[in-house]
Design a protein around this ligand. Structure first.
Ligand SMILES: Nc1nc2c(ncn2[C@@H]2O[C@H](COP(=O)(O)OP(=O)(O)O)[C@@H](O)[C@H]2O)c(=O)[nH]1
Ligand SMILES: [Mg+2]
Length: 504
């Protein structure tokens, strides 16, 4: 692990014992300037020993920024603390934040608040390890609060992996972990966190957590402070440089989230980045002293322009938009913003709290607060309670359909095995079968000749008996008894009604 002492910058260059050397150097310097105006090549020969000596005398030359490395000549007096062990000296002018900080060794304090974040940490570290900003110049600071999962354990093992990488340039700078519970009782599920009533208290508590973290972690040698939530799914590896080169006091990207297909694919996520509106100001006037406006809820119609909705997928990622309130998923700020007193209000500041109030407060302190409408990072998708219900219903539907399909398949098999499909045969045989049918039907009597039956005699008797009976009942003569069963009345008299060839 890199050690912070490495970055204590020049403060012992001129002492009583070195005063004569410094005097000589200064003389040589002015001489070289003079010579340079006459002949640059002669001047280079003279200035080379000066450069060499200043490198040797500087205890941390590798980390001195461009502006500071020349300050020996611009600011000759630097107090000497060599004989005061434990005293550190920082010229804070050297940590203002350069727009090309990755080339100037600007140190970034990277702050991450964590709660029940174990499941997200591997993804988070994956992004972290891929970042292009020089890792040695990034100091990581975590605050773990109110967690019921193994956030701390997972954090430690991921840090261990990161800091034991063979390639030392991949290791991060100083790392600090703070632990403090704030008694957060609002659950960490999507619906718990995003219920309307939860917003005010939750935002105020988160503000306290951020302030604790930021205030204990920031060191004089930090030029930038970057705030990042753990649950970002997709983010460019150049995020630091992409934000930094805009050279703004406070800057945020646009934050969207992916959605499952059935919900429409993608959606703006962070509605906390916005530009103030007349409607918002009027609403604020109607609210109580401690109230906190939160965006995205019908209870508070503000009619503000949200950074999220300004996005054009084909828009220029460099485009900037002035903001008043900002979200906290990914904020890059110059360290001086915090040093001069801006912070995350844990109370209602202009009817806002936490990151939105940080934006407003920073504006009030004349810092510029900027959003990038077409430069997008992607928060994870977490299903709400409604989404979970719908997903459960979809899963049931899918199961039901599968069972239905299986059943259909089964019936198809039974049909194939159990029945011959004779529909085609019927088409060809129908005509020859039907040709023997007497379509005139009941108009003609059908005579059955039983004369060659050996039991003819018995049948004859039976026929006669039946005929007599039928005559008595009025059947068989076409009159019909009730009219309910006209077909029966048209059987020929010779055929017994209940004739059964097996019995007779
Ligand atoms: N220290 C601390 N971190 C928290 C707390 N609540 C959330 N976080 C972390 O703060 C970041 C943002 O929280 P999150 O719940 O994702 O916010 P949302 O996406 O705006 O709903 C994440 O990294 C969380 O792990 C808390 O009470 N204390
Ligand atoms: Mg989140």
């Amino acid at each position: 692990m890199e050690h912070i002492k490495r970055f204590k910058l020049k403060h012992t260059l001129i002492s009583p014992t070195t005063i004569s050397i410094a005097g000589t150097l200064l003389t040589l310097y002015f001489l070289s300037k003079f010579l340079f105006s006459i002949s640059p090549s002669i001047a280079n020969i003279i200035t080379f020993p000066i450069t060499l000596i200043s490198i040797i005398f500087s205890p941390s030359s590798s980390t001195i920024s461009e502006s500071s490395s020349t300050s020996i000549f611009l600011n000759p007096y630097v107090p000497n603390f060599r004989n005061n062990p434990g005293v550190e000296f920082y010229d804070l002018a050297n940590y203002q934040g350069n727009k090309d900080g990755w080339q100037k060794n600007d140190r970034i304090l990277f702050c991450v608040p964590l709660r029940d974040a174990a499941e997200h940490l591997p993804m988070f570290f994956d992004h972290l390890n891929k970042m292009s900003y020089p890792h040695n110049s990034i100091d990581l600071s975590f605050l773990v609060s109110d967690s019921s999962d193994d956030t701390m354990g997972v954090l430690l093992s991921n840090l261990q992996n990161a800091q034991s990488q063979q390639d030392k340039s991949k290791r991060f700078g100083n790392i600090e972990i703070f632990e403090k519970d704030f008694g957060q009782v609002i659950g960490q599920s999507f619906s718990d966190r995003h219920g309307f009533a939860a917003q005010g208290p939750r935002r105020k508590l988160m503000a306290r957590a951020r302030n604790w973290l930021g205030s204990v972690a920031i060191k004089p040698y930090h030029s930038w402070v970057y705030w990042r939530d753990v649950d970002v799914e997709t983010i460019p590896r150049t995020i630091m440089e992409d934000l930094m080169h805009h050279d703004k006091d406070v800057i945020v990207p646009n934050v969207w989230r992916p959605l499952p297909d059935w919900l429409g694919n993608i959606q703006p996520y962070d509605l906390n980045s916005w530009k103030e509106s007349e409607g918002g100001l009027q609403l604020a006037d109607t609210l109580g002293e401690d109230d906190v406006i939160v965006e995205g809820y019908p209870e508070y119609a503000t009619w503000r322009s949200h950074l999220a909705y300004m996005r054009d997928p084909n828009g220029n990622p460099e485009d900037e938009m002035e903001l008043d309130g900002i979200g906290g998923v990914s904020i890059l700020a110059k360290a001086k913003v915090f040093r001069t007193g801006s912070h995350f209000p844990a109370f209602s500041f202009e009817k806002h709290a936490e990151t939105e109030a940080f934006g407003k407060l920073s504006r009030k302190m004349n810092y510029n607060v900027i959003g990038l409408p077409h430069y997008v990072i992607w928060h994870i998708y977490e299903p709400s309670k409604e989404d979970l219900k719908h997903m459960a219903w979809m899963a049931e539907e899918e199961k039901r359909k599968l069972e239905e399909e299986k059943l259909e398949e089964f019936y198809d098999k039974i049909w194939e095995i159990g029945f011959d499909d004779v529909r085609e045969d019927w088409e060809t045989e129908r005509d020859s079968i039907l040709k023997n049918i007497d379509f005139k039907g009941s108009e003609n009597d059908i005579f059955v000749d039983w004369s060659d039956d050996p039991e003819n005699e018995n049948n004859d008797k039976a026929n006669k008996a039946n005929s007599n009976q039928n005559a008595k009942n009025g059947q068989g003569n076409g009159e019909g008894a009730s009219g309910d069963n006209p077909g029966q009345a048209q059987y020929p008299k010779e055929v017994p009604l209940e004739f059964d060839p097996d019995k007779n």
